[in-house]
Design a protein around this ligand. Structure first.
Ligand SMILES: NC(=O)c1ccc[n+]([C@@H]2O[C@H](COP(=O)([O-])OP(=O)(O)OC[C@H]3O[C@@H](n4cnc5c(N)ncnc54)[C@H](OP(=O)(O)O)[C@@H]3O)[C@@H](O)[C@H]2O)c1
Length: 119
């Protein structure tokens, strides 16, 4: 669904802004953040059982999302100037290796239980 939308936007020469590319950083919570709007993202993270390897979660998520085909910009919320700077540095590192991207996409596809976008 998202791939079709991104491809259609690209075909029309439209840019796409990716909302919540770090999914409200669900790795902040060791226990279910019941009632927090991060909760559905936390559930999906548990279901996928991704392994960021040598990267930290912020880098893994941000470099994945920012370089998906058709994505032109990402919005990350932060209350920290240091985090803002680090996010810019992470994006400057460029996309994750192709095999890592393929692995994330395959894991998402396998776990996807009709997941819809969160508004
Ligand atoms: N994200 C969007 O696309 C979007 C769109 C419309 C409105 N908003 C609004 O903007 C506000 C913030 O957005 P959001 O909560 O959805 O943001 P988000 O980008 O999904 O996640 C923000 C979380 O990521 C953490 N974070 C960001 N950079 C980090 C870094 N380098 N290292 C570690 N942690 C980092 C933040 O903690 P720190 O604050 O400690 O850095 C915060 O806990 C909300 O009020 C939301 O409704 C967001």
């Amino acid at each position: 669904m998202i791939d079709r939308g991104l491809a259609a936007a690209s075909a029309r020469g439209l840019g796409v802004i990716a909302k919540r590319p770090v999914a409200n950083a669900p790795w902040r919570f060791s226990e279910r953040p019941a009632g927090d709007y991060c909760e559905p993202y936390w559930e999906r993270m548990q279901a996928m059982r991704l392994d960021p390897g040598s990267l930290d979660w912020q880098e893994y998520a941000l470099r994945f999302a920012a370089f998906q085909p058709g994505v032109c910009s990402v919005i990350v919320g932060t209350r920290s100037l240091g985090h803002l700077r680090r996010n810019a540095e992470l994006v400057e590192r460029g996309p994750l290796p192709e095999d890592v991207v393929a692995s994330i996409r395959a894991t998402f596809a396998a776990a996807d239980d009709g997941w819809t976008g969160q508004v």
